[in-house]
Design a protein around this ligand. Structure first.
Ligand code: 5GP
Length: 194
């Protein structure tokens, strides 16, 4: 079991067979030392890919993305879920449906922060049905930039997100891959030791 899987087992709460709560270190309170290790691990997997930018989505993707950005020495852009009052022109937008919140969001970034030809690493906290990931990919495509791959903290492998991304030819690196979860515990797909 890698250090993230151990943390999920120790502190994660299985709310249902499909929803995992990890608010003690990722989704509400953030454990900076731990998150730094997560960022370094994601960065290591892409260190030979000449990444020029990291893209994530507010709010829980920001912490791992910033630590990965620090390690790779590149800026981090986070897509907004709500329209900003100060940011109204020159936007790239995409629609994302959230199964957990059962609502559709229009996500956006400023065009000026995503240039044609950039090599982009997309990072998020969870990969479930792949909606957020595909929405972020769409923003990169609209900017005429290149998607180098995805760095995911927790993948719920029993949902179809990874399949959707791989079908499009994208590389997916997930630090923990949950195979199954219920009130008795959580099992993982064998992962690399971190
Ligand atoms: P997807 O778009 O892949 O269906 O879901 C990914 C997004 O939904 C993530 O950005 C994450 O915020 C949220 N999410 C999906 N499943 C879970 C879950 O089990 N627990 C938590 N905390 N967030 C989730």
């Amino acid at each position: 079991m890698n250090f993230l899987e151990q943390k999920i087992c120790d502190e994660g709460l299985v709310l249902s067979s499909s929803v995992l709560k990890v608010d003690s270190f990722l989704n509400h309170q953030i454990d900076p030392e731990f998150m730094k290790l997560i960022g370094i691990e994601i960065a290591n997997r892409y260190k030979s890919d000449r990444i020029t930018k990291i893209l994530t989505i507010e709010s829980s993707g920001i912490a791992p993305a910033v630590f990965a950005g620090l390690e790779l020495g590149v800026p981090v852009v986070f897509a907004r879920k709500k329209k900003s009052l100060t940011l109204t022109e020159g936007l790239l937008t995409s629609k994302v449906y959230s199964f957990t919140k059962q609502e559709q969001n229009e996500i956006s970034i400023a065009e000026k922060f995503m240039h044609p030809g950039e090599k982009v690493l997309i990072i998020d906290d969870f990969l479930a049905h792949g909606e957020a990931a595909l929405g972020l990919a769409d923003l990169v495509i609209k900017a005429n930039a290149h998607i180098s791959g995805f760095g995911i903290v927790i993948e719920k492998s029993f949902q179809e997100g990874r399949k959707k991304l791989e079908e499009k030819g994208y590389r997916v690196e997930s630090l923990a891959r949950v195979k199954e979860m219920n009130t008795n515990g959580i099992t993982f797909i064998q992962s690399e030791v971190m």
